[in-house]
Design a protein around this ligand. Structure first.
Ligand code: 13P
Length: 258
């Protein structure tokens, strides 16, 4: 790709998933602000559970952190009890939404069609998607990793690169999420290069050169630097270790460009 990797944004996200009660969530946000609130050299995101978005936004206002939602409903408004729309999270001050996380796909049944609708809703509100893709262990063992990723990526084709300007892609192999088993740096780099190649072929080479691609799956303070050394690995989407300020800081410091 034409763009030197050093020109691409580094993006570190903390996906808190369904963890923490309010006090602990606010303590975590306060500790993150204290330790990393003026950090430069990487874009920092946290994705708290819905009920904590507003107080966490308040805690992190005017800091280096952006706050995003872990999901949204595809519809704008209406009789969808329990639904949370993209416009709601945008109106709170969120900038981003996780779209297509594997737990949404496998636990909540989000199909590619639902993911496509959510992507449209998120882009329609001017939010940027952190678009998650990844293969299961069975799919990897069957040699189908890239076929699966290419199928998941297809939903991006409905949008012009200009509309996707702030897109972040997160490669999260399902077998590495929450398992303590991390893709090796070589495995991650190989797939990231394939993803970037897909974007070059199906969207544009210029866009492919600048879209940040995060790795996710058991990233911690000890393995982050090796993973981030891959030329196509532009950051990390972190689950468990994002709940630990020291571990998350280590990951952020490993990612920060001078
Ligand atoms: P873990 O870091 O806990 O494996 O979770 C990764 C993830 O799913 C982030 O979205």
């Amino acid at each position: 790709m034409a763009l030197p990797t050093s020109r691409r944004d580094r993006v570190i996200g903390g996906n808190w998933k369904m963890n923490l009660e309010l006090d602990a969530a606010l303590r975590l946000a306060g500790d993150l602000r204290g330790k990393l609130g003026s950090q430069r050299g990487a874009r920092l995101l946290v994705f708290p559970p819905f009920p904590y978005l507003f107080p966490v936004l308040a805690k992190l206002r005017d800091s280096a952190f952006e706050v995003g939602a872990q999901d949204v409903h595809a519809k704008a408004s209406g009789a969808f009890t329990s639904g949370v729309s993209a416009s709601m999270v945008r109106s709170l001050g969120c900038t981003s939404v996780l779209v297509g996380h594997s737990e949404r796909r496998s636990v909540f049944g989000d199909t590619d069609a639902i993911v496509a609708d959510k992507l449209r809703a998120v882009l329609g509100e001017g939010l940027f998607p952190v678009f998650c893709i990844g293969e299961t262990l069975a799919e990897r063992q069957a040699g189908r990793t890239f076929d699966v990723l290419a199928r998941q990526l297809t939903v991006l084709e409905a949008h012009a690169p200009a509309a996707l300007a702030r897109l972040v892609i997160a490669y999260e192999p399902v077998w590495a999420i929450g398992t303590g088993v991390t893709a090796t740096p070589a495995q991650a780099q190989e797939v990231h290069a394939q993803i970037r190649g897909w974007v070059a072929g199906h969207l544009s080479a210029e866009f492919a050169a600048r879209v940040p691609i995060q790795y996710g799956g058991s990233v911690n303070g000890d393995n982050a630097a090796a993973l981030l050394a891959g030329p196509d690995i532009d950051g990390a989407l972190v689950g468990g270790a994002s709940l630990d300020v020291m571990a998350f800081s280590k990951i952020v410091l490993a990612a920060a460009r001078p």
